[in-house]
Design a protein around this ligand. Sequence first.
Ligand code: PMT
Length: 403
Amino acid sequence: MKRLQDKKILLGVSGGIAVYKAVELLRLLVKEGADVSVVMTKNAERFVTPLTFETLSLNPVRTDMFSMSERGKISHIEDPGLADLIIVAPATGNIIGKFASGIADDLLSTIFMALASPILIAPAMNNRMWRSPAVVRNVSRLKEWGANFVGPATGDLACGTAGEGRLETPENILATAIALLKKGEDMAGINLLVTAGGTHEYIDPVRFIGNRSSGKMGYAIASAAKRRGANVTLVTGPTDIPPPEGINIVQVTSANEMCEAVLAIAGGVDATIMAAAVADFSPVSQAGSKIKKEEGGISLQLSKNRDILKEMSKAGIGGVMVGFAAETENLIANARKKLKEKGLQLVVANDVSEPDKVFGADTNKVVLVEAEGEKEFPTMSKREAASVILDRLVQRYLKVSND
Ligand code: PMT
């Protein structure tokens, strides 16, 4: 069976000696059943003519930002959302730089700016260029924005040297593209409950006890799961993050409200990921009017809140249960304790001893802790962290077959 049947792929080709390999990649994509449209930069045209790509793709090749597509719409606005995947191969240091800097002065870079499809970038350049601070920064920025990369490979380079910089083989680019497209659907039909943000425990009508959670981690997980096809319900404490499209959002304020909301939803889900920083304590009573300044200060009496995850485990609801552990010491030991006490399958442990590096940050450094062992990841964007958490959830707990 053809693995890319019914898939629409936009192949972006920028100028470098490796353009000839993009011809072979196109052949492989078409052989797997993909409908491929090619966009070439002016420099790419100097290496191979559009006619070669046109003949193999059976589609017109576009090189000009101001041409109208066959259906009469402006091509660069129309294409990005229509493709199931955009592949840029070869991607030169120049086009990577344009993507990362918001420069849109040709069709391919303009398509990137209007991007609404997943993208796979296959770089090819001289090894010193690949290691240059500009390219390293640009690649890391694009990864943070969600771009996927394959290669470059190591070997002989066109400039006569050897090193890292060769375009990955067409076969490997094809395999990565197929894996990415599969991943885009690997949570289809899964009902997922995610919590995010901190809770506010009001003392009086204007003051509350809160915590530093921004909601970024939980929102990243919810959005990533949505992209992978899951039906996502996000129970969120107060945050500044705009609600992601296509996700069922339940807004709550206090730990008690979050508990009620989660328990009401958890009966019908396949998995739960609790990324919210739920207050462990709340004031025993809330003053009906603003508390006036007292000479000697005031004392607050706090009582322990219900533990949401524990209640879910006890009730046998929530499906596969993933909790977080935010720890300032003994990260793994404390995460293991939570795994056991809260009846979880997986704990995402993050060290918050330097709170600014996690709370409100765009990055996180997580360890996935399970009964049998743990896996540590380097610092990565919260988007990437969401991806590794979901990968584990899908592969270990939700996957129904191996094809
Ligand atoms: O929101 P960001 O700024 O992006 O920051 C991300 C984060 C640091 C908030 C996130 O990565 C994180 O660690 N979330 C969990 C924070 C937390 O409350 O950890 P905990 O170790 O106190 O709780 C352990 C687990 O029990 C958590 O999954 C928590 O949601 C859950 N819990 C906690 C209290 C409670 N009453 N009921 C619960 O179910």
